[in-house]
Design a protein around this ligand. Structure first.
Ligand SMILES: NC(=O)c1ccc[n+]([C@@H]2O[C@H](COP(=O)([O-])OP(=O)(O)OC[C@H]3O[C@@H](n4cnc5c(N)ncnc54)[C@H](O)[C@@H]3O)[C@@H](O)[C@H]2O)c1
Length: 335
């Protein structure tokens, strides 16, 4: 029998429909949005789906096996909890939830339902450029990584000052933006973060209705001694970009807009190798096929439950470090 999927929240969630349809073992049966106009528009583009104005009706429906949650950030926790309690597999847009208490509860819920799979949408893991970098690391071409940095250069400040992000009771550029680059660094390097120092400011959105930091920088110390740096840089005046540099004892990788460069050879004239695999080169629903496969086979999705909780733990530690002005030890959520 094919899995029956539903999608809640139809902005980026509309791309999830194609993600489920990409796997033959799954069909999309229903969608929901609290905005009736959006619901009708998306329904018109995808005929034959049940259009449900009440997301709770889908979360409670025993006929639905798997649910995508792509509502605003502040709705994720309640919707994910309700879906898990009702025995559904969950693919949730980032961020999973908004604070460590919620993460602890979701961790417990997942542990109580070990058969259920849960994943989150961190599609940079499927970017052909970053997959090529991961291959280079696996082949030990960069040697031992001693420092890496990844910057989430958002370049769309209006989304904070005019869009839904600025209307929520709380919006975090760390949870909403840095999530992508923290996950990218943890996935590429396999490192475990043990201590975080972080700072933030809101110079660029001063005088607007957005009331939280729009820029955050964090230094992540890893168990191995490797140091990572991440920024959530929503205010930058440039097109959206994921800047990435990895410094190893044998080589350096630098991401560029057109191509990445791998510098090799420790002498006065290192040679440059171009990595021109597409970047980002991935669609927002592309991770879903691996998630469906994991449900059907019991294997791991590209983004596992442990990956999701590990990344969230680093993000919450960054947030706490910014607020407290002091370094934060990890694991943080479990404290
Ligand atoms: N993974 C990614 O790369 C990525 C990219 C963009 C957005 N997102 C995430 O997706 C989520 C939605 O962002 P978006 O850009 O699609 O916004 P959007 O405004 O384009 O669409 C969100 C939709 O969800 C609906 N909605 C809001 N609250 C709801 C609720 N409680 N129940 C049902 N529907 C609800 C809204 O009416 C809207 O139609 C956010 O959590 C965001 O962080 C992830």
């Amino acid at each position: 029998m094919r899995l029956r999927a539903a999608v809640i929240g139809l902005g980026v969630g509309e791309a999830h429909i194609a993600g489920y349809r990409a796997h033959a073992g799954c069909e999309v049966v229903a969608v929901s949005d609290v905005d009736p106009v959006r619901l009708e528009e998306v329904g018109a583009r995808h005929p034959g789906l049940r259009l449900e104005p009440d997301p709770g009706a889908l979360l409670d429906d025993p006929g639905i096996d798997v649910v995508s949650i792509a509502s605003y950030d502040d709705a994720h926790f309640a919707q994910v909890s309700r879906a898990l309690r009702n025995g559904k597999h969950v693919f949730v847009e980032k961020p999973l939830c908004l604070d460590p208490g919620e993460a602890r509860q979701l961790h417990e819920l997942r542990a109580a339902h070990p058969r259920l799979r849960m994943s989150s949408n961190l599609p940079l893991r499927l970017s052909p450029r970053f997959l090529a970098v991961r291959d280079a690391l696996a082949a030990d071409r960069l040697g031992r990584i001693y420092y890496a940095e990844a910057d989430y250069e958002y370049g769309r400040l209006w989304k904070l000052t005019e869009g839904w992000r600025g209307r929520l009771p709380y919006y975090s550029v760390v949870l909403g933006g840095a999530v992508h680059v923290v996950d990218l660094l943890l996935w590429l390097t396999g490192e475990r973060v043990v201590r975080v120092t972080a700072h933030g400011n809101r110079i660029a959105t001063e005088g607007t209705r957005f009331r939280y930091d729009d820029f955050v920088i964090a230094v992540l110390e890893c168990a191995s001694g490797t140091i990572l740096k991440v920024t959530a840089n929503f205010a930058c005046v440039q097109p959206h970009f994921h800047a990435l540099k990895l410094f190893g004892t044998e080589g350096t990788f630098v991401n560029g807009r057109e191509a990445g460069t791998l510098w090799l050879g420790r002498d006065d004239d290192p040679r440059a190798e171009t990595i021109d695999a597409p970047y980002p080169g991935v669609l927002k629903g592309d991770l879903i096929a691996s998630f469906v496969e994991a449900i059907l086979t019991g294997g791991d999705a590209v983004v596992t439950e442990d990956d999701v909780f590990a990344t969230m733990d680093v993000l919450f530690a960054i947030e706490h470090a910014v607020r407290s002005g002091t370094p934060v030890e990890l694991p943080f959520t479990a404290q």
